[in-house]
Design a protein around this ligand. Sequence first.
Ligand code: AMP
Length: 250
Amino acid sequence: MKHLRSVKDLKRWRLSVSDNIGFVPTMGALHDGHLSLIRKSKENNDKTVVSIFLNPTQFDNTSDLENYPASLEEDLEKLRSVDIEAVWAPKFEDLYPDNYRYSITEKDLSLKLCGEHRPGHFDGVLTVVMKLFNLVRPKRAYFGEKDYQQMLLIQKMNDAFFLDIEIIPCPIVRESSGLAMSSRNKRLSQKGQKQASHLYQVIKNAQNSAEANQKLKESGFNVEYIEEMDGRRLAAVELEGIRLIDNVSI
Ligand code: AMP
């Protein structure tokens, strides 16, 4: 596995490769959810590249960014075990030579659901994904349905800017309790992890959003939103000061 550190490294490597590339962008603290995307990419592409970049421009809350788990050495170990072509972990200065003076803004869906509660979040997401896409130039890119709104926005950005990348949505990987895997789960206490599994049970089993909202509150969550869109029920809640999101097909 090649370990690419800078934009220059990535560009040099990219020039030497003409095969189909499958790309999996991540923010690190890798878990089985990320690995499922990587396995899917490996099945369908000659070469798979994973990026690890904790993107500050998509964090509206500095303490969330500061507390986000970072574990590069462990991540590299996991990636070696799945045997990918390259991992790329650039630095902020390298990826943002403009210091974020230029950005991509979507003016509709990005303002709803998570976007309504995290101002500027999707500008940061779309901008970094555009930069990553322009550098990696993949044939296919893999995104988890765990971040359903993000996946839709990236699909629509891909269409809007004629990027011609196949955006492949991947199903949510869950713990046996039903809790959607997330890097942030590591920050929950034992009790919190158990309690957090109610999120999935409630949004899956409730008859409607109002009932789900009520049950989530009774289970001790602060509910940010629970809404239905596009045949899915999506929710964001807070537990022990940690923000959790999930969604189910209805
Ligand atoms: P992140 O590192 O959280 O930015 O996630 C990187 C990619 O992995 C995104 O496309 C996420 O949607 C996806 N992902 C994260 N958690 C899961 C999960 N539990 N199941 C499936 N995909 C996931």
